[in-house]
Design a protein around this ligand. Structure first.
Ligand code: ADP
Length: 266
């Protein structure tokens, strides 16, 4: 068997081929030993590991495994997944919204990291938990879908009352920026969670669109597990990216880009 593993800050992503078919699995990082046990039980196999926790995983393996730099693995994996979707792009930006957010420019097959932001999936979970007490990722994204940001976010049109604003009035002037002191006790979990996702989505898309100018590309490929079962984050990122003049593209199985890239070198 051929196995690519991306051991990240929050989740371990696994891609493997069995009978010519690619399979994907993901596990919480707390279960890294379970992943190692599974690999150790495979017998004759080739394994390549990437991600920040690759050293930890390799130390748990019985057999030697290949190791790969995370950004290189992600770049290769994105190419494979783009091809599977029938997309052939010469220049594009990749924004990986993992625990944190990392932004890369790919031009003529050359890859360069442009930067990132500490606002990412970890912020989504952490801030959500602090504000509402909700712990599970699935619950956070489900409740957020039912919430409105109307009472919490301050929009440009709220500031330019009775006057035409110089930029779209629908843009957020300040996330969590309304006068919340009077209503803080009254806000629902759904509203708070929707606003956290708004903050994360608008931050990653704003930074991405600015980086896209440096990359001579209008296509922004969004990947990372923060988009899993999270239609609200996709919606915020899509509308903000389009509003700011770029074209968003969500890769099918994009959260497995690193694992796919690691597998593709074997
Ligand atoms: P990393 O490689 O840093 O682990 P990922 O691309 O796997 O990053 O994304 C991690 C983020 O994915 C989390 O911060 C969280 O927002 C989101 N996520 C999706 N599914 C889960 C899950 N089952 N448990 C925890 N976080 C999840």
């Amino acid at each position: 068997m051929i196995v690519g593993i991306d051991a990240g800050g929050t989740l371990v992503k696994v891609a493997y081929t069995r009978k010519g078919e690619v399979h994907f699995e993901k596990y919480p990082i707390a279960e890294i030993e379970r992943v190692a046990d599974w690999v150790n039980g495979l017998g004759d196999s080739k394994v390549c590991v990437t991600g920040g926790k690759s050293g930890v995983l390799i130390s748990l393996l019985d057999q030697p495994a290949q190791e790969m730099v995370e950004f290189e693995a992600t770049h290769l994996g994105v190419q494979v997944l783009l091809k599977k979707m029938g997309r052939l792009e010469d220049a594009y930006l990749v924004t990986n919204v993992g625990t944190g957010t990392s932004i890369h420019c790919i031009q003529n097959n050359v890859h360069e990291r442009l930067g990132g932001t500490g606002v990412g999936g970890g912020t989504l979970i952490g801030l959500s938990h602090l504000l509402t007490g909700v712990t599970r990722y699935d619950d956070i994204v489900d409740l957020a879908r039912q919430g409105s940001r109307e009472r919490i976010d301050l929009k440009v049109k709220h500031i330019y009352e009775g006057k035409e604003p110089p930029i779209s009035g629908e843009l957020t002037a300040s996330n969590f920026g309304q006068n919340l002191f009077a209503i803080s006790e009254d806000l629902t979990k759904e509203e708070l969670l929707a606003t956290v996702i708004g903050l994360v989505g608008e931050t990653v898309s704003t930074v991405s669109v600015q980086a896209a100018h440096q990359c001579n590309s209008s296509t922004i490929v969004y990947i990372g597990s923060s988009f899993i079962d999270n239609p609200l984050l996709k919606e915020v990122v899509t509308s903000y990216t389009i509003l700011r003049g770029s074209v968003p593209l969500f890769l099918d199985n994009g959260e497995f880009s690193g694992a796919m890239g690691a597998m593709s070198v074997l």
